[in-house]
Design a protein around this ligand. Structure first.
Ligand code: UDX
Length: 432
């Protein structure tokens, strides 16, 4: 059992804290938000994440997990300190390291010799070295090690991804420290890859950029399928049987969003530019994604008769994907924003209630209602923007009766076009 401090109790920090506690470690999670810390110590989880409330409750009850205010309080006895603070996108596309640097400066004088400081936040290549320098400038002892241990967690299934990962990557220049970090995962059944720090940092960006590329690729193929009357779902299936391609991440949609892909692709492109490397492939991936958001607006505009001014549009789903309450870089919000900018009145139903309330404050004018039928009342087009499963089980006769025209744009290919067309709907999906 190791003593672990986790700095930052957001999606990544909280999941890491709860999962490491469940693996038997003694974990202290730190956050600057006193209210969040108080709520966490009562077992109240501020994010929607499957299995997390149970793990936090178990950890607290077993005295293997606690939350404190401020990083300094957490690190004094720690053998390992995980940095899980945000690295938001700066104006030039680069990842802003302000929070990481501030946290390192703050904890530096408090660290015991032998402690390993581990970057879990997604940080640009070279950050491990920067952290090492800040530590020594800020008066940490010589015997502090720095490692990169990127996370590959998908929101909604983050607990399961943490406990059953495809791989654990540890980047560290000191072999002994790397072995100690790998030992934190001894109860996890996964290959452990130990690399130099820069390669570990690059693995994270390259993985996300590759997944984003798969999505933009299939979105581009979907556009082409529409032009030649092919069905992208059959195409993706036929491609996926080739094990070199695989079935995953070939679902066309409104373009990728969320807290990682848009930010990480922009940051990697920034790294390429500042290293003088022409990564036009990645620029293409980003361009296709933006264009995909726009294409969804076009589909809705077309079904509204070519003009959105004065139209009433219903949308289902605002989060960037299903089973999360996260609205960060959500394609749905891009779409609602553009619909309203063209004069449409937009009424939205979002199953994650807190996300719905936040969306209303982010986009004044967006009307939020509390069920799927209320959203469609008087609407001429329904846009299905997130793949929440409950949208499949709606009574579409009732939907049709509520609308002024039975038009559906299914940006997630969630619904059954044949069944809807049989009921008299005009159905438009993506690439089919
Ligand atoms: C992602 C990575 O999967 C994870 O490894 C990384 O650590 C963080 O970023 P997450 O942002 O939670 O995780 O969402 P993910 O499920 O990967 O989806 C990202 C976006 O791509 C969503 O907007 C989703 O709707 C979209 N997507 C995903 C598609 O459009 N098609 C697909 O086939 C898969």
């Amino acid at each position: 059992m190791s003593k672990v401090a986790i700095i930052g109790a957001g999606y990544v920090g909280l999941t890491t804290a709860a999962c490491l506690a469940s693996l038997g470690h003694d974990v202290t999670g730190a956050d600057i938000d006193a209210d969040r810390v108080a709520r966490l110590n009562r077992g109240e989880i501020p994010i929607l994440e499957d299995g997390l409330p149970e793990l936090v409750a178990d950890g607290i009850a077993g005295r293997r997990l606690r939350f404190v205010v401020g990083a300094v309080t957490a690190v004094g006895n720690a053998d390992f300190v995980f940095l899980c603070v945000p690295t938001p996108q700066a104006d030039d596309g680069s990842a802003d390291l302000g929070f990481v640097e501030a946290a390192v400066r703050e904890i530096a004088p408090k660290l015991r010799p032998g402690t390993v400081v581990i970057n879990k936040s997604t940080v640009p290549v070279g950050t491990t070295r920067i952290v090492k320098r800040i530590l020594s400038d800020a008066g940490a002892t010589d015997r502090i090690y720095v490692a990169s241990n990127p996370e590959f967690l998908r929101e909604g299934v983050a607990v399961s991804d943490f406990l059953h990962p495809n791989r654990v990557v540890i980047g560290c220049e000191d072999p002994e420290a790397a072995v100690r970090v790998s030992d934190l995962y001894r109860n996890v059944d996964a290959p452990i890859l130990v690399t130099d720090a820069a390669s570990a940092e690059m693995i994270k960006y390259a993985s996300n950029a590759f997944l984003a590329t798969k999505i933009s690729f299939i979105n581009a193929i979907a556009g082409l399928c529409e032009a030649v009357d092919a069905d992208v779902r059959e195409v993706a299936l036929g491609m996926g049987y080739d094990t070199r391609i695989g079935f995953e991440f070939l679902h066309p949609g409104p373009g990728y969003g969320g807290s990682c892909f848009p930010k990480d692709t922009a940051a990697l492109l920034h790294t390429a530019r500042s290293s003088g490397f022409d990564f036009s492939l990645l620029q293409g991936v980003i361009d296709v994604n933006r264009r995909q958001h726009e294409r969804m607006v076009e589909k809705i505009r077309n079904l509204a008769g070519g003009d959105l001014d004065g139209a009433t549009i219903a949308v289902w789903g605002l989060t960037f994907k299903a089973k999360t309450d996260d609205l960060r870089d959500s394609p749905a919000l891009y779409i609602t924003d553009h619909l309203m900018a063209e004069g449409a009145k937009v009424r939205a139903y979002e199953p994650a209630e807190e996300a719905a309330a936040r969306a209303a404050t982010m986009q004044p004018g967006l009307e939020i209602v509390s069920d799927a039928y209320e959203a469609v009342a008087g609407a001429s087009v329904l846009g299905v923007l997130t793949e929440w499963d409950e949208f499949r089980w709606v009574d579409f006769e009732r939907v049709k009766a509520g609308m002024t025209a039975p038009n559906v744009v299914d940006t997630r290919n969630l619904l059954d076009p044949t069944a809807l067309r049989r009921r008299g709907f005009t159905y438009v999906g993506v690439g089919r």
